[in-house]
Design a protein around this ligand. Sequence first.
Ligand code: BG6
Length: 489
Amino acid sequence: MAFDLVFFGGTGDLVWRKLMPALFQAFRHGTLPEGGRIIGVARDPMTDAQYRTLIQSRFAQVEGSKRPNDEEFSRFAALLHYERVDLSNPADYAQLGARLAERETTSVVMYLATAPSLFKTVCEQLAAAQLNTPKTRIVLEKPLGHDLQSNRAINASVRSVFAEHQVFRIDHYLGKPSVQNLFAMRFGNALFEPLWRREHIANIQITIAEELGVEKRGAFYENTGALRDMVQNHALQLLCALAMEPPINSHADAIRDEKLKVLRALKPWTTETLGQHVVRGQYSAGNVNGQAVPGYREEVGVNPNSHTETFVALRTEIANWRWAGVPFYIRTGKRLASREAHIEINFRPTPHAIFQSPAGAVNKLIIHLQPKDGLELHLFAQGQNTRSKDGSPAGQTLSPVHLDLDFDKRFGSERVGAYERLLLDVLAGRLNLFVRSDEQEEAWRWVEPVMQHWAHDTQGPRLYTAGTWGPSASSAMIARDGFCWSEEI
Ligand code: BG6
């Protein structure tokens, strides 16, 4: 399967930080199809040899065992090529076309690792140079737009050049092994399905917490914020995976049809829910892992009076038979107390208690997504078979216990990373883990009222100290329903 993989933005951050290391891992493990070329495309003049040297110098920053040794890199480097392209110059695309025509390939992948504002130009130029052939696939990195309108505009210009089955919209969360396991847990096992509904589940909490701040991306983040950066895509994709109906088969459209139905069933916002069910926060200076860190407004590229949110907590419901009335909480933020992503499914209490249980105790399933990858099922059992001090049988009081399944231990922590998985899927033409345009538009439609509400709210985000779990309003929001976030138990 000879392929050409063209990276627009070939010298950019994403290429050397994520894409090249991912391709190298596939190459090292023999899963990258043979006969491929990886062609970096950017504006600077450079030879193939110079590009290889550049990528090699970047690899020096890759962590430990993932870094190639010299011998490995020289074999990998044979796949690397470079083409100078000014993205608005038709002659440069013709030149790229000539390079692609040098040999027979079964697929040509155009990976747009550039600013989304360039997607339209690139698509038009590819079409003008007749580089939109049936064997072409196009990969689009997020953010795909800034709101519904800009997202639609991008999708429309891509659609005018490529058919939907040629378009691979990346949400790297879908490539994480832990997220694929979520699908496997739900649709590869019959055990949970009867319980997976409003009759048995009291609430579901999705947490994606980061320790990092905005790093060097202050200027980008100023115009993005946590709602656009994490909720509109990653968090809603997780919510879809949790709430969707079982698809009729494992084909991409069967899966995407079901995810779309969830997005369409998300309860529309009202003035009341916008006021009570959404919390936006922004970190102020604090301590993360024992290190003093600056507040968001002190970060490079950030407006000292910025209202951009670095934290969002929200509550929603899914208006359908399976989920009506069950609150889904989403929480994500930067500079939080620890880096972890997990989903907590809280079941309803027993209908009639004959034992004494610890206060607030319910069965729960915790799906750990990162850094740990596994499942924890929280149950209750009779503790030690001894008598308590007052002489009553200890067995009447239950103790919490849990079954703990660690996928890293079971399958090895060297599992295929998100970008590696997604790149291999693009090369194989598998669309299952990519987002369809209608899903994306529906997600934008749902977050848009929140963005508009904030635009008119002069109070701005609530400050939280870096290294904590966000503003206290987030705890208050969930407490109003009689629940709490996992770390508050
Ligand atoms: C990206 C966001 O999509 O996801 C970043 O733009 C964020 O701001 C990142 O840090 C989180 O990804 P991960 O895989 O580290 O959880």
